[in-house]
Design a protein. Structure first.
Length: 298
């Protein structure tokens, strides 16, 4: 059981690393003049096409079932809607404030997920999870430099959208760990991609009709699709059912230090001492949750 649990942890960690690299790829695409609607649509469209191609490949007869009922498909597509709403609400939050505050609001999904896991089970979260969540939130405040910026502010609408992004992220983590978990991950991710593509097309459709630079599809589209949709989604779907909702939310916060480190290395963005401390707190709390002598309090 411990081996399976450790595998689940490693899968979610790998997914967080992939997703953490997305912001760097997005920044590189924006530097070349592509707008947010084009970037978002290219990511989910090509991600869906990659998943279609992967599902056409032959696979072993043995393994999780590829047969999904209509109800199963609807549930997984609703999961995809949650995934699409995360980036949508986050982008809207940034428009009404700053990316730093929006990241802090998105990080509220850590405690939301722990509560969502504990309430149905009628159990109190372990002290280890509570401490890790508090340290991660403190680390996020430092890593985003919110506390030390006099110019940081956000409108009420930005607060609402940021919290909605956290709710959507919590719902996505719940779906990854609880919804239709006994079916083939690759087919499950395909239906998730359908729901994600649907909601992104509806939300950003008017902007895309006014302007869509199709060159992004072959310039940055494939990279966006792989690190922003295909790889993290597959890894989360395989790993999160094993480790649980609350712990999944904690581990996925690894994407914050990964994003900052890549921005520092690739984009040359400065990182202050307070931010390095915040990044170390986040990484340290996640590592502390999985010490080999007592994995996640189990």
């Amino acid at each position: 059981m411990k081996k399976e649990f450790l595998t689940g942890i490693l899968l979610v960690v790998a997914g967080a690393i992939c997703f953490g690299s997305l912001s760097t790829v997005v920044s590189l695409a924006r530097k070349e003049g592509y707008d947010v609607p084009s970037i978002t649509f290219a990511q989910v469209l090509l991600g869906f096409l990659v998943l279609v191609l992967l599902n056409l490949l032959p696979r072993p007869a043995k393994g999780p079932s590829n047969t999904f009922s209509g109800k199963d498909i609807l549930k997984v597509m609703l999961h995809g809607v949650c995934v699409g709403l995360i980036s949508t609400f986050y982008i809207l939050s940034v428009r009404y404030g700053s990316a730093a505050v929006s990241i802090v609001l998105l990080a509220q999904s850590v405690w939301m997920s722990i509560v969502l896991e504990a309430v149905p089970a009628r159990t109190f979260p372990s002290l280890k999870k509570i401490v890790a969540a508090v340290v991660i939130l403190a680390g996020t405040l430092l890593a985003t430099n919110v506390l030390f910026r006099s110019s940081v502010s956000i409108a009420p609408a930005g607060m609402v959208y940021g919290l909605l992004a956290a709710v959507a992220n919590t719902a996505s983590i719940y779906c990854s760990g609880r919804i239709v978990t006994g079916k083939a991950p690759l087919r499950r991710t395909l239906y998730l991609g359908m729901g994600c593509l649907l909601v992104v097309s509806l939300v950003w459709g008017p902007a895309l009709l006014r302007h869509f630079d199709s060159s992004i599809l072959w310039s940055w589209g494939w990279a966006l699709a792989l690190v922003g949709m295909v790889l993290p989604t597959l890894l989360y779907i395989k790993g999160m059912p094993v480790i649980g909702i609350g712990l999944s939310a904690i581990v996925t916060c690894l994407q914050i230090p990964v994003s900052a480190l890549l921005a520092f290395i690739v984009l040359g963005e400065p990182v202050s001492g307070y931010q390095w401390l915040g990044l170390l707190l986040i990484a340290g709390s996640i590592i502390g949750m999985h010490m080999p002598w007592k994995i996640a309090g189990r």
